[in-house]
Design a protein around this ligand. Structure first.
Ligand SMILES: N[C@@H](CCC[C@H](N)C(=O)O)C(=O)O
Length: 268
């Protein structure tokens, strides 16, 4: 089986091309591929397949030829992955499956438009963030209030007083299962200047990752609220670099680098 490996601000993915929709990905197989010692190692898997061959998103086939079938490192499916969409777009162009410029990608969370710049950056129209209230997470015994933001997938973005660099994220944060019955991605962030935040994230199904695109947008929304703003551009510093989030009246954009670093034959 052919594979490629790529990352967006060190949120890394194994890419499995499956143009004819022949691959059945079991959770155990995905977890084995993502294993950082016994597998290739990644935060998730991106299966590249045709939208029209994928019953769960076939309704998007008129808008997007390719479906990003995203799986978390534990093998579970997720609705959306912002950095994954950027890396997926980079792969499609480099593999000759899409023209450089602007095109659409099908995801479980709906169609997302992407734009590749000459600089190598990829921007995704992430759609409108939906703010659904507040809730609490507990990290290493400490409770934090956060904003519940739906980016297609669920987020709890907590603006905290402590420096995020000092947090112990070795264990999963506790959260309210009544608010998040399907689990949640928890972001912890500090505003560090005008429209700039530092963020760490514990992702549902993948653990702490070095970046999370949907989480970066959720964090920008939380930071904007705190500043009494609803539009503008935020820099979100993550462990793997910096992404840019733009909030406007009716949508949000995520921009940053997306690179492919390897390809080969998977023998697992
Ligand atoms: N890293 C991603 C989000 C991946 C999915 C998430 N773990 C979930 O289960 O919702 C991103 O860049 O958005």
């Amino acid at each position: 089986m052919r594979f490629a490996k790529g990352h967006g601000t060190e949120n890394d993915f194994v890419i499995l091309p499956d143009p004819d929709g022949e691959l059945e990905l079991s959770a155990a197989f995905v977890a084995a591929v993502c294993d950082r010692r016994a597998g290739i190692g990644a935060d998730g898997v991106l299966r590249v397949t045709r939208t029209k061959l994928s019953p769960e998103v076939a309704a998007q086939a008129g808008e997007a030829e390719w479906f990003m079938d995203y799986r978390n490192a534990d093998g579970g499916k997720a609705e959306m992955c912002g950095n994954g969409t950027r890396v997926f777009a980079r792969y499609l162009v480099d593999a000759g499956l899409a023209e450089p410029g602007e095109f659409a990608v099908a995801t479980r969370g709906g169609v997302r438009r992407v734009r590749l710049a000459e600089t190598g950056d990829v921007t995704v129209d992430m759609g409108p963030p939906r703010v659904l209230g507040t809730s609490r997470a507990t990290v290493a015994g400490r409770g934090y209030e956060g904003l519940h933001v739906d980016m297609g997938n669920p987020h709890l973005a907590c603006v905290i007083g402590d420096p995020v660099a000092q947090l112990d994220l070795s264990g999963a944060p506790a959260f309210d299962p009544e608010v998040f019955p399907a689990g949640v991605n928890v972001e912890l962030l500090n505003p560090v200047g005008t429209r700039r935040v530092v963020m760490r994230v514990f992702e549902r199904g993948s653990g702490e990752t070095r970046s999370c695109g949907t989480g970066a947008v959720a964090s920008a929304v939380a930071a904007a609220r705190l500043a009494g703003e609803s539009t503008g551009t935020w820099a979100v510093e993550v462990l793997g670099g910096t992404v840019t989030v733009t909030l406007d009246e009716d949508t949000s954009y995520l921009a940053g680098p997306a690179v492919l670093v390897a390809s080969g034959e998977l023998t697992l």
